[in-house]
Design a protein around this ligand. Structure first.
Ligand code: UD1
Ligand code: CA
Length: 450
């Protein structure tokens, strides 16, 4: 049997944040969600989360994941004290307990698998992950004996100058034999610089402690402050970009672009500088996105071009051109072959295939048929101050420059709206509608006045 426990009760004082540290976001997911995901492969029988600081907030955020047992640690007196709180919950448990620090978010699932496998083969009481770090500042140092067994872990602040030279560090990820651990947990003392109960002291108390050194030290980065958060974000972003480069995506200036794990790209996609993808995005083959664009929870077909634009919670077909400087807002569906040009905002609207909104328009709560040509400066007046209303435009219709379509209004197929019109009444198929004051011209006016 395997139980996984994530330590997530600490305040994270060094973050200087009103958010508990384990809820800090990294590439769109919280630290603790990432830690849980790194152990999901193992399909543990039990998943426990030790919560304390802002426990309700952490529970509320994680409850939707399901199957988690929350264990309260109040007050928080150290990582050893946190694990002591598991004793009642795991009273009749037999097997391995995998303990994960809630602030070590970049672990690869394969690394955790390897740790558990080595632990099971060796039969040690505990096996922990270690890393050799170029700069081990802040991490606990791991000391081994002649047989390469772990003899002790000394926190950075408790190390002598000589001990600080040891760059073999504790990653905060441990696989314990629970029945051995439960015997030594009550023996922990607070005899250290912080006056806390350290989980790391169990390695001295257990008969056999082993370690597994990771090959990629970047995986075990712990997050205690915002600098480390930024470093982890950079590492994660690089991992994501490298993955997609290997799958056929080109980045013109990779470091200036960010992705999220929920993004899927086709082949020969080109991502131009300063372009960001958030949430769940699908991008088809041969798209060219950017420079300077944000795509969030959106799906784009193939051969789509987006330049200097924002597309959020929208679905875009194939062969579509967006921008520069367009804003596609939630609940918009853009059909194949559409063109949305500069300074155009589209909200909660359907654009049939081949329709064009090329310049300076607001299209909100509208249904456009196929091949509609929306003239420059056309506005749907969708809001009467209380409710939003629908504008419907049929196939092959055109609106003249500076038209205002006052919703609710239905414009049929093959309609032409004269430039500068304010349309308040429905227009049947095949008509020309003009709604503006007749022009009055007074000839000879200039010479008469002067
Ligand atoms: C810890 C390790 C250190 C290791 C480092 C790796 C100890 C004593 N030290 O140090 O050897 O190199 O992680 O990143 O374990 N937590 C609780 N309850 C508490 C205290 C902490 O749940 O009472 C949780 C925190 O929320 C956090 C994790 O335990 O997720 C680690 O705590 P933190 O204070 O960050 O430990 P470090 O000083 O980084
Ligand atoms: Ca830490």
């Amino acid at each position: 049997m395997l139980a996984v426990a994530v330590l997530a009760a600490g305040k994270g004082t060094r973050m200087k944040s009103s958010l508990p540290k384990v809820l800090q976001p990294l590439a769109g997911a919280t630290l603790v969600e990432r830690v849980l995901a790194s152990a999901a492969n193992l399909q543990p029988e039990r998943r426990l989360l030790i919560v304390g600081h802002q426990a309700e907030k952490v529970e509320e955020q994680l409850a939707p994941l399901g199957g988690l047992e929350f264990v309260l640690q109040q007050p928080q007196k150290g990582t050893g004290h946190a694990v002591q709180q598991l004793i009642p919950a795991l009273e009749n448990f037999e097997g391995e307990l995998l303990v994960l620090n809630g602030d070590v978010p970049l672990l690869r699932p394969e690394t955790i698998d390897a740790l558990v496998t080595q632990h099971r083969i060796s039969g040690a009481d505990v096996t922990l992950l270690t890393a050799r770090l170029a700069d081990p500042t802040g991490y606990g140092r791991v000391f081994t004996d002649a047989k390469k067994m772990v003899s002790s872990i000394v926190e950075h602040r408790d190390c002598s100058d000589e001990q600080q030279q040891n760059n073999l560090t504790n990653a905060g990820i441990y696989c314990f034999n629970w029945s051995a651990l439960v015997k030594v947990l009550p023996k922990l003392s607070t005899d250290n610089d912080q006056g806390e109960l350290y989980l790391t002291d169990t390695v001295e108390l257990l008969p056999s402690a082993m370690h597994l050194e990771v090959s990629d030290a970047g995986e075990v980065n712990g997050i205690n402050n915002r600098r480390q958060l930024a470093q982890c974000e950079a590492l994660l972003q690089q991992r994501l970009r490298h993955h997609w480069m290997d799958e056929g995506v080109s980045f013109i200036d990779p470091d200036s672009c960010t992705l999220s794990e929920g993004c899927i790209f086709g082949r020969d996609v080109v991502i131009e500088p300063q372009t960001h993808f958030r949430g769940t995005c699908r991008v088809g083959d041969n798209c060219r996105i950017g420079p300077g664009s944000l795509i969030e929870n959106a799906s784009l077909g193939s051969n789509v071009t987006v330049m200097h634009s924002v597309v959020r919670e929208a679905s875009v077909g194939n062969e579509v051109t967006i921008g520069p400087f367009a804003h596609i807002r939630p609940a918009t569906e853009v059909g194949d072959g559409c063109r949305i040009g500069n300074f155009v905002e589209v909200k909660k609207s359907l654009l049939g295939s081949g329709s064009k909104v090329n310049h300076l328009s607001y299209i909100g709560d509208a249904h456009l048929g196929e091949n509609v040509n929306v003239g420059a400066g056309t506005i749907t007046a969708n809001y009467d101050g209380v409710n939003k209303h629908l504008t419907s435009i049929g196939n092959n219709s055109k609106t003249g420059a500076n038209s205002v379509l006052v919703a609710p209004v239905t414009i049929g197929d093959e309609v032409t709206i004269g430039a500068g019109s304010t349309i308040t009444k429905n227009v049947p198929d095949g008509s020309l509608a003009i709604g503006r004051a007749k022009q009055m011209t007074k000839e000879g006016w200039t010479s008469r006045v002067s």
